[in-house]
Write a new protein. Structure first.
Lengths: 475, 385
């Protein structure tokens, strides 16, 4: 001990003292099990109260809410969780667990109900947010304490599709074009990147069904850009008036097309040659010739195209969608002559056969690109064997994609992807996510398609690759 | 046998950052002598003593024993109570229980701290579980910062709202000669002061102080003889909620909510905002002045910033809070809760001088501690029924 005088209090001595007392703290059998499970199994365990069903972390012997003995009711709470609260500590003190600045966070592990205080590292201070996903990083060497979890770190977010594509070899066409796009000995060609298309609107989906349906050119541009960011190489567009009505007005269609191209120059834009109900033949094709998009839909047979209550079978709107052989021929020729690649829409096998018949005239450029459409009231419903039959009926070199109305969207695109074909999603066809919630936009449906491609190990096509695969003109 | 209880005298030291001119018992003695003088009593009139301070702050245990020269506890019943930050309020509740039980007529209650002698964060860290919490515990400020951060996230408050509370308390401290920090600050100065832990700036938090406070309580048998207008204790409540750091509902002070509901119920108060006239809140940082008055039911969740900005809690407002300048101006921790109690008593007794709120019928004082626990007292001018 020493004494000293304090400035300003020269007549008052202070005596310096210090205590360093050793203690031995017992973790107890509950605490010890927690620590040894982390040490030996890299698992984090909590205890669940059978009375109130709360899973506690740290584990404890007694539930403080109802005084139930919970010591033996262990549950694995996982090693990842969410930041429920945090602060950035910006002052230093010798008693603090890290040097400032550092993040002190409350982390609720996925299987626990009570958060758990710990240190968050391996991230920028400004990136920490309530709700961010984090995972435990275990200490390299055990100390048999809570610090066997050294810290938590953010769960790495999956790289964007563009970052992932930048990191792989570009796909190039096979040296033997004869087997391009065809199954090799019955095996699907999974080596080809899958093209994801987003149908942003259609003619019938309105904002009262899903508020993300774009109407104005600017909205189309924004939605298209989000889809491209999510992994789409193409968007399919039915231009709308400000009030949402489908339009054949050349200026509006051009403005919509250009807005998308301005925002996202490399994206393939595919315009509808159906436009909407009640449009004349002239209204349907003249806009394609005027705007000359990258691609356009080409419909293959005259059919019922109705709105029917799916549960009761009651007809709401009766409509015949006219696509005569002459129209198929004239539209097809007009597209090819104007450098617009047709996307051939087949609502059943008959439409495909119609196309093969007309194709004998020889005006379709190779490769031909087919879209199998499922679930239109008037066309066929999705069936796995029908899909395979249509695929097997395709000419050599042809590409196929698919789309399905409502809940048929997901099974049909998944089948297409696993058979080497391509995928179309979007609010035109379906407004909901697989879990039944409204999609926040077509881009969310594109994300579902990307996940399917990931699950099957297929690369997602870049716009360049998509142009090469489908024979669409360069941008 | 149960008795009504009143506060009949209070005393406190002039609080400073350092008092090297006195040791612990001498500091305690200053407050005791003032309280006896205020009540016009002698030490021989006192039947029992309750005393408390923070564990480990001075690194010397058993203040009930070694301070008897200063406290007057020689050969008297004296017990020590310590509950962390709530200690000052807990000793008052302990005194209330002793007098209310009818077993002691006049009880001296003492809270004190020589914070300058301690390594504050080191001492506070000893309050936390050594196996689970201590190794990741990042000091009292960080825990409060996490509370403020959660409140901001839930209700969209800003650091300006917090700063407004700090500006208020520091302005009020100008009226209190006992306050340690007596310097007005502007909103801009608070926001420009160093960030300690997001969103808490240096000027959002309390200082460390040396100081002591003493309060004398008497039963209904003698209270009005000692003091013609005593401060009647209407109700007390205490809630300790926490097991581990993560268990608290960050952003809401559950202990305050449950405790104050008990308090209002005991006193028959329906609308605390209208019926309570002044609050001395143990509010060691500015955001507590927002969050906790919502938990008290003064205003609804998320409504405190508007209420504060409209001047309702300033002197002259609808419900002045911390006329003394509160904890942000003075914080000798073991005494802090009892200073709130003494200041509330002075408001009821009409002895608060330059910081007096007119016509106080009900006053509220509280203690806050460690990991979100709260003790509280309701004071009243009228004798409880």
């Amino acid at each position: 001990m020493t004494t000293k005088q304090m400035k300003g209090f020269e007549d008052s001595y202070v005596v310096e003292g210090k205590m360093a007392l050793p203690y031995t703290y017992f973790a107890g059998s509950v605490g010890s099990k927690f620590i040894t499970t982390i040490r030996d199994e890299k698992k984090i365990m909590g205890v669940k109260c059978p009375t109130c069903n709360v899973v506690y972390l740290p584990p404890r012997q007694v539930c403080d809410k109802d005084f139930t003995d919970i010591r033996d009711n262990w549950v694995d709470v996982g090693t990842s969780g969410m930041v429920t609260n945090f602060t950035v500590v910006r002052y230093d003190d010798k008693h603090l667990p890290r040097k400032a600045p550092f993040v002190l966070a409350l982390i609720k592990l996925d299987g626990a109900d009570t958060p758990f205080m710990h240190i968050l590292e391996e991230c920028k201070l400004e990136d920490v947010k309530i709700g961010m996903k984090v995972e435990a990083v275990f200490a390299k060497e055990t100390t048999n304490t809570i610090l066997d979890i050294d810290h938590f770190k953010p769960v790495a977010e999956r790289a964007s599709i563009h970052e992932r594509n930048a990191g792989r070899k570009k796909w190039v066409a096979d040296a033997e074009p004869a087997i391009q796009g065809k199954q090799k000995g019955g095996k699907p060609d999974m080596s080809k990147p899958v093209i994801i298309a987003a149908a942003l609107t259609g003619a019938a989906t309105m904002r009262n069904q899903n508020p993300s349906v774009p109407y104005t050119p600017a909205e189309f541009a924004t939605e298209a850009y989000k889809c491209w960011k999510a992994g789409a190489a193409m968007v399919h567009v039915h231009a709308r008036e400000d009030n949402g009505m489908p339009t054949h007005d050349h200026e509006r269609i051009r403005a919509t097309y250009n807005a998308i191209k301005d925002k996202c120059p490399e994206l393939i834009v595919n315009l509808s040659s159906a436009v909407g109900m009640g449009k004349t033949t002239e209204q349907r094709i003249s806009q394609i010739i005027a705007v000359k998009p990258d691609m356009a839909s080409l419909n293959t047979n005259t059919m019922n195209f109705s709105i029917v209550d799916r549960k009761t079978g009651k007809i709401f709107i009766e409509y015949v969608f006219e696509n005569t052989f002459t129209m198929l021929q004239e539209f097809g020729k007009a597209m090819e002559e104007n450098g617009v690649k047709p996307e051939i829409e087949c609502y059943d096998m008959g439409g495909l056969d119609n196309t093969l018949l007309i194709a004998k005239q020889g005006f379709f450029s190779s490769p031909m690109n087919f879209n199998f459409v499922w679930g239109v009231a008037g066309g066929q419903s999705f069936r796995a064997d029908s899909f395979i039959a249509m695929m097997n009926a395709l000419p050599a070199n042809a590409n196929f994609t698919t789309c399905g109305v409502g809940p048929e969207e997901f099974p049909c695109i998944m089948q297409s992807c696993l058979l080497g074909g391509h995928m179309r999603v979007g609010l035109e066809d379906n407004i909901k996510m697989p879990n039944g919630e409204l999609a926040k936009g077509s881009y969310e449906l594109v994300e579902v398609a990307v996940n399917i491609a990931d699950s099957l190990g297929r690369a997602v096509a870049t716009t360049d690759e998509a142009r090469e695969i489908m024979g669409v003109r360069k941008k | 046998m149960a008795k009504r209880v009143a506060i009949v005298g209070t005393g406190q030291t002039f609080h400073k950052s350092h008092r090297p001119d006195v040791n612990g018992q001498e500091l305690i003695n200053e407050a005791v002598v003032k309280a006896l003088a205020d009540a016009n009593l002698k030490m021989k009139d006192i039947d029992a003593i309750v005393i408390g301070n923070m564990d480990h702050f001075e690194g010397i245990n058993y203040v009930d024993c070694w301070s008897v020269d200063g406290s007057g506890g020689t050969m008297k019943p004296i017990i020590k109570l310590t509950t962390g930050g709530t200690t000052g309020c807990t000793v008052a509740i302990g005194g209330y229980h002793l007098v209310g039980s009818g077993m002691f007529d006049k009880v001296l209650v003492i809270g004190w701290e020589k914070n300058s002698e301690s390594d504050t964060t080191g001492a506070i860290t000893t309050a936390f579980d050594p196996v689970w919490d201590r190794q990741v515990f990042a000091g009292a400020i960080s825990g409060l910062a996490a509370e403020a951060q959660a409140y901001i996230a839930r209700y969209g408050a800003t650091d300006r709202d917090g700063a407004r509370v700090s500006v208020r308390d520091r302005k009020h401290a100008m009226n209190n000669p006992y306050a340690q920090l007596r310097k007005e600050v502007t909103l801009e100065e608070v926001l420009a002061s160093p960030m300690l832990a997001d969103p808490i700036h240096l000027l959002d938090v309390c200082p460390r102080s040396d100081g002591a406070c003493a309060v004398i309580m008497a039963s209904e048998d003698t209270a009005e003889k000692i003091c013609p207008k005593p401060d009647w204790i209407w109700a007390t409540a205490a809630r300790h909620t926490y097991s581990y750091l993560g268990d608290a509902d960050f952003g809401r002070l559950t202990s305050m909510k449950e405790g104050s509901q008990e308090l209002w119920k005991k006193a028959g108060i329906k609308e605390p905002r209208k019926e309570v006239d002044v609050i001395e809140l143990y509010q060691p940082y500015s955001f507590g002045g927002l969050i906790w008055i919502e938990d008290m039911g003064i205003v609804g969740p998320g409504e405190a910033p508007r209420y504060i900005w409209d001047g309702n809690t300033d002197m002259g407002g609808e419900l002045p809070i911390n006329p003394s300048g509160g904890v942000i101006a003075t914080n000798p921790i073991g005494a802090t809760g009892l200073i709130r109690c003494a200041e509330a008593a002075m408001q009821v007794m009409g002895k608060a001088e330059g910081r007096q709120v007119p016509d106080v019928n009900f006053a509220f004082s509280s203690g806050f501690g460690g990991c979100f626990w709260t003790d509280m007292i309701l004071h009243g001018k009228k004798k409880p029924k």
